[in-house]
Design a protein around this ligand. Structure first.
Ligand code: NDP
Length: 276
């Protein structure tokens, strides 16, 4: 029987994960089937159990189920424990469910591929939601000179910084107290979804700085346009998406797929999409 995997989300119709994992499977010669499943909002755990009973080996989890996925796991990796969220479920040989989070590794891998220096860098992260919580540990593991988290609700950024203070030089605050310059500014807010720009001051970038938006689309986000006008090199979150998928694939299959060709195909697909 073919090994079965899937992505769970609600909604999930827009997910690029089936295309990404099918491309990885073809590239690595792994025989597997990967589909998208939309559990009812109150029925995620039951849907996972039914998937496992039907031979499911693992799954990706996206909004709004990452916290529930965390709670249903029998075992968690240290990074998933810290993140408080799980985007990768693995059915172990003993039948138990292990949870991991690969979003942060996907981001750091993408930054590395793009030649962005992290060691010794001054990093600013905008936002203090689930995505940012998931990337702080891998970013701090790269030994930046400092990492500041700025959020609309300042108290959330301060609390997040306190949670990670044992891992490095990390601080938190509101947008009003923000002062540059930084080598790398990562937008992890969902402001881009609504075409909004967080209230950012001038002087945020050093010469040669990079700006990263976790969001992606056919056109650059308003944050990336703003950063480009101020001389920063801009990168969107499509590489993070493909990177986190590659890390999940590696956890399930023990084979590391090549991100670059799959990213290139997805990028071409995005650009070919009609304007809505
Ligand atoms: P959450 O809902 O958990 O957090 C949202 C964050 O955005 C909060 O910090 C919130 O601030 C802030 N925010 C929302 N609207 C605004 C606004 N108008 N101005 C300023 N700040 C705002 O979302 P996630 O953390 O799960 O996701 C954040 C982004 O990351 C999304 O765009 C998502 O698509 C993207 N993402 C991309 C991934 C990838 O693979 N490329 C993976 C995961 C996420 P406050 O606390 O004040 O409400």
């Amino acid at each position: 029987m073919t090994d079965r995997y899937c992505v769970f989300g609600h909604p999930v119709g827009h997910s690029k994960s089936p295309a990404i994992h099918s491309a990885f499977a073809e590239q690595t010669d792994e025989a597997l089937e990967y589909t998208a499943i939309e559990p009812p909002l109150e029925g995620f755990s039951a849907t996972w159990r039914a998937f496992v009973d039907a031979g499911g080996r693992g799954a990706n989890v996206t909004a709004p189920f990452k916290e529930e996925a965390y709670r249903l796991c029998d075992a968690l990796t240290p990074r998933a424990k810290r993140a408080g969220a799980v985007n990768t479920l693995i059915r172990q040989a003993d039948g138990l469910t292990r949870g991991d989070t690969t979003d942060g590794a996907g981001l750091v891998g993408d930054l590395r591929r793009r030649g962005v220096r992290l060691a010794g860098a001054r990093i600013l992260v905008l936002g203090a939601g689930g995505a940012v919580r998931g990337v702080l540990e891998p970013l701090l593991a790269e030994a930046p000179a400092c990492l500041h988290v700025a959020n609309r609700t300042a108290a959330k950024a301060e609390a997040l910084a306190a949670d990670f203070a044992d891992l490095g030089e990390v601080t938190g605050g509101g947008f009003e107290a923000l002062e540059g310059p930084y080598d790398l500014v990562i937008n992890g807010t969902s402001a881009s979804l609504g075409g909004e720009l967080p209230p950012l001051p001038e002087g945020l970038f050093v010469a040669g700085a990079s700006a990263y938006d976790m969001m992606y689309g056919a056109e650059p986000t308003v944050f990336l346009r703003w950063a480009d006008e101020r001389g920063a090199a801009t990168i969107d979150g499509l590489g993070m998406l493909v990177g986190q998928a590659a890390e999940s694939f590696m956890l399930w299959r023990g084979v590391r797929p090549d991100v670059a060709p799959v990213l290139e195909t997805l990028r071409r697909g995005l650009q070919a999409m009609p304007e809505t």
